[in-house]
Design a protein around this ligand. Structure first.
Ligand code: ACO
Length: 331
């Protein structure tokens, strides 16, 4: 059975840079609060009319070019997002249309910050079994159109940014390389702790004027609880990925944790006993781009030459659901 290799990667973030200071014109906050509590100094926001699938298209073009491939060479799209362009159809089809590859299957994955790892797990299974040979795996988000930019929403609105990252995956017969294992989990008992309540088919109407007045169109989060679970589940899932391959934290060349809060990453690093050079963070520049965060960081690392053939790469994420997981990859 072949293994799954990363053929190429790419990312795209919108041009508009929103620095922490900008938020002070809308709400009671400060650059100091945001930086010290989260590590974030700036994030990107889309222009009017720019969608998640537009961001994904730019990132995909780059990855295709780097792979020396045409869109027509793809045989499947897996599109991970918590901020779909529309309620339905899924966003993968809008990307497929822009890429001009009708008929290939498009699967939308809705697992929030763990989306890219859920998507990788599916892609890996399909590639190993030979069902598909060239999968475009996408993580793309537009958060900025759903932010409560008043003091009421300050705990969430300062955290998130827009952006897309992609990977093109395919089979390799090199036994020393490729995805070693993926590990994905969920616990729905905590679903409402990080939650977007409306609009939803659970209510009739899906959103009312009263809901809008109450700000129910905005996500809400019990930050401390989420923080607590994230900083235990992420190191736990990294350990699991290592143990199931007979590896230890010392073997890690690069750990890319989902970028939710720099303090969570620091906690993960400490609990695993990793050196600074074994871990990558870019939340400072992009905020939390949810399903986009791992592939954006991965592409930055690839372009910076931080991964060489055979290096051990570990990916880990935690997010709304709760969902969490990890993956171990020989680059
Ligand atoms: N500016 C200024 N003050 C603020 C802001 C802000 N932007 N946001 C909140 N505060 C205030 C709060 O209102 C609170 O005030 P109070 O004490 O008067 O009530 C105070 O700051 C402290 O708030 P805490 O919640 O204690 O702040 P904390 O140190 O926990 O940091 C944070 C909050 C950054 C949200 C943190 O809890 C966190 O990162 N949580 C986890 C996020 C995460 O991992 N999410 C998962 C992935 S996201 C996904 O899946 C979509």
């Amino acid at each position: 059975m072949p293994r799954t290799e990363f053929i190429s990667t790419g990312f795209y973030v919108p041009e508009r840079v929103v620095r922490n200071e900008e938020f002070t014109q809308w709400m009671d906050t400060s650059d100091e609060w945001i930086r010290t509590r989260t590590g974030i100094t700036e994030r990107r926001w889309v222009a009017d009319g720019q969608t998640g699938s537009d961001l994904a298209y730019q990132a995909s073009q780059l990855a295709l070019e780097r792979a020396g491939m045409k869109a027509a060479d793809l045989d499947c799209i897996i599109y991970c997002t918590l901020s779909p362009d529309y309620f339905f159809p899924g966003t993968g089809v809008f990307l497929q249309r822009q890429l001009g590859v009708p008929e290939i299957p498009c699967l939308d994955v809705r697992n929030q910050c763990t989306g890219f790892l859920y998507g990788l797990s599916i892609a890996d299974a399909w590639i190993r079994t030979g069902q598909y040979k060239r999968i475009l795996l996408v993580g793309s988000e537009v958060h900025s159109t759903g932010m409560d930019l008043t003091t009421r929403g300050r705990d969430l609105s300062v955290l998130f940014g827009d952006g897309a990252g992609v990977a093109i995956l395919g089979p390799t017969t090199d036994e020393k390389r490729g995805v070693l294992s993926t590990h994905i989990y969920a616990d729905g008992r905590y679903a409402e702790l990080l939650f977007s309540e409306s609009p939803a088919s659970a209510h009739n109407p899906r959103i009312s004027h009263a809901d809008l007045d109450a700000g129910k169109q905005y996500a809400h989060m019990q930050g401390k609880e989420v923080f607590k679970h994230a900083s235990t589940r992420m190191p736990q899932s990294v350990k699991l990925a290592l143990e199931s391959n007979g590896l230890t934290p010392q073997d890690i060349k690069l750990l890319i944790p989902h970028q939710a809060n720099l303090r969570i990453s620091e906690m993960v690093q400490k609990l695993l006993g990793l050196r600074d050079d074994q871990l990558y963070n870019n939340i400072q520049r992009y905020g939390n781009t949810t399903a986009g965060s791992i592939p954006i960081a991965l592409d930055e690392c690839v372009q910076a030459g931080r991964l060489q053939r055979g290096d051990l790469l570990v990916l880990a994420a935690f997010g709304s659901g709760f969902t969490w997981g990890s993956a171990a990859v020989r680059w």
